[in-house]
Design a protein around this ligand. Structure first.
Ligand SMILES: [Zn+2]
Ligand SMILES: [Zn+2]
Length: 90
């Protein structure tokens, strides 16, 4: 068995939720707040681990990916940043 790790932090992905599913969660969350954010184009496609939600392959841990999106959210909606950190704590 080969250990699968995140390409960014190199840690084993223990709670694999793929970028697409995180995108969806972030989008839903933003929509609840009345905002729209297009996260398409943030897709990553190295075949290593499979997402627990949609079974898609992924190679970046939810933690690193959420951090990535956090930077986008921070740019687009600075005042939502604090709440983002609380909601999306992977
Ligand atoms: Zn990582
Ligand atoms: Zn998924």
């Amino acid at each position: 068995m080969q250990e699968t790790g995140c390409v960014i932090c190199n840690k084993t992905i223990t709670n694999p939720v793929c970028p697409d599913c995180i995108n969806q969660e972030v989008k839903d969350w933003l929509r609840d707040k009345g905002y729209e954010l297009d996260l398409i184009g943030k897709e990553i496609s190295y075949p290593l681990t499979r997402c627990v939600i949609c079974n898609k392959k992924m190679d970046i841990c939810p933690h690193c990916y959420a951090k990535d999106i956090g930077l986008i959210v921070k740019e687009e909606f600075p005042k939502l940043m604090e709440e983002f950190g609380e909601v999306f704590r992977f």
